[in-house]
Design a binder for this molecule. Structure first.
Ligand code: PMP
Length: 440
């Protein structure tokens, strides 16, 4: 137990997505952060290999963002956006409109990725109804998809543990197959060659349910939380074509892939595929203040404005939608990304990160390595009869050796802040190499 901390101090906080009993016996406590590093309770520098939780994309305690937050708290700490407005929310929305591709021109603010997911699904349903297609009530997700923990998100998401404990979930939801194919694609750098045809699984569901019952399909362009699964070459384009053919909306969950993780403002831009709706959060404010945003194409917004059957066109919103302090953090974050060329840095470092991480190929138990932009994963084989145990031990060992990594089961994921330099990649990959040996 860290000095000065007792069991009692830890007991009140029911920690999210954490084995509480295990953690509280052997806690990992972080006390401060700057740039690429956390400081641990025992005064060690911990290299942030995961940008917090895929969210501190500009690095920690960036001066411009800190100042913007401090100034905003003093100037306008809160103002409602129900029936009132304030400049920071309008400004951030305009900035996002300019940043996002195509005619993703209208922005709805939320407070998290989960809220963005549920908001997107509700907009999709309301839009289909407004345009006279009210029979389109079915939602389609993908196996191994993560869209947060609201009921919409866990229903459309494809993770058994997120779903199995919580009743029957939303009805009328179905899933296409995931795109992870180790037989053909293990150890691929970037997009795997094999698997565009996995998108055709959507045709199967259209045949099963009829297109006239399907409102939207939601996928992560690159699935982050379930192990960094890259889209096969041509897969997203094919999904777009099938959606177009059948009048189905395509929603990209860009909560992880947005804001530079893959070297562009959005994965939509990187892959040259324009979805109808994009959900974001995390890197939007560099995680300094919680915020999410949903971007919709012009046609969706215009239809809702013209055809919704009530003066309030969308009966949806959060007390903190467009919160002034979050919006100020968002504007300063976008400035930081641009001024420091952080998206470009992620793209420029991609080959270096690729070579570094793939150099671990022959380490013990490694069954796959994959990477793109400033994200990578090392998949390990599970210990017999104990899936996830090797992964858990790897996370603990890496922390002891001075790096924060993220594990999903037995998959190690890294997603450092985009300000990372070669030396940080070297240190991180060095620690992962030692970790692989330690958990062999
Ligand atoms: N979608 C994706 C793709 C995510 O990775 C996450 C969080 N990891 C979410 C949604 C949910 O975001 P939040 O935890 O902010 O609700």
């Amino acid at each position: 137990m860290p000095d000065g901390i007792t069991q009692n101090d830890l007991s009140a906080f029911w920690m999210p997505f954490t084995a509480n009993r295990r953690f509280k016996k052997d806690p990992r406590i972080l006390v401060s952060a700057e740039g690429m590093y956390y400081k641990s309770h025992d005064n060690r520098d911990i290299l942030d290999g995961t940008a917090g939780l895929w969210c501190v994309n500009a690095g920690h305690a960036r001066p411009k963002i800190v100042e913007a937050v401090q100034k905003q708290v003093k100037e306008l700490d809160f103002a409602p956006t129900f029936q009132f407005g304030h400049n920071k929310a309008f400004e951030l929305a305009s900035r996002l409109r300019d940043l996002f591709p195509g005619d993703l021109d209208h922005i709805f603010f939320t407070n998290s990725g989960s809220e963005s997911g549920d908001t997107a699904l509700k907009i999709a349903l309301a839009y289909q109804r407004a345009r006279g297609q009210g029979t389109r009530t079915r939602l389609i997700g993908r196996e191994r998809g993560y869209h947060g923990v609201g009921f919409g998100g866990i229903s459309v998401g494809g993770i058994v543990k997120n779903r199995m404990y919580f009743g029957t979930l939303l009805t009328g939801v179905d899933h296409i197959r995931h795109t992870h194919d180790m037989e053909h694609n293990a150890f691929t750098k970037g997009e795997p060659e094999y698997g565009a045809h996995f998108a055709d699984d959507l045709e199967r569901l259209v045949t099963l349910h009829d297109a006239s019952t399907i409102a939207a399909v939601m996928v992560e362009p690159m699935a982050g939380s379930t192990g960094v699964l890259m889209p096969p070459k041509g897969y997203l384009k094919r999904l777009r074509e099938i959606c177009d053919k059948h009048g189905i909306l395509l929603i990209f969950d860009e909560v992880i892939t947005g804001f530079g993780r893959l070297g562009y403002a959005t994965a939509a831009e990187r892959f040259g595929v324009l979805p109808d709706i994009i959900t974001t959060a995390k890197g939007l404010t560099n995680a300094v203040i919680p915020m999410g945003a949903v971007a919709v194409r012009k046609e969706i917004y215009d239809t809702m404005m013209d055809k919704a059957d009530a003066p309030i066109e969308l009966f949806h919103g959060y007390t903190y939608s467009g919160h002034p302090v979050a919006a100020a953090a968002g504007i300063a974050t976008l400035d930081t990304y641009r001024e420091e060329g952080l998206f470009e840095n992620a793209l420029a470092l991609e080959p270096y990160l690729a070579d570094a991480i793939h150099s671990l190929k022959d380490h013990p138990n490694v069954v796959d390595i994959r990477n793109m932009g400033m994200v990578a994963a090392v998949e390990m084989s599970a210990r017999p009869g104990a899936p996830g145990e090797r992964g858990y031990d790897a996370m603990v060992k890496a922390y002891e050796m001075g790096a924060m990594i993220r594990v999903t089961g037995d998959i190690i994921a890294i997603s450092p802040p985009l300000m990372a330099e070669k030396k940080h990649i070297d240190d991180l990959v060095g620690i992962i190499g030692d970790t692989l040996k330690a958990v062999a």
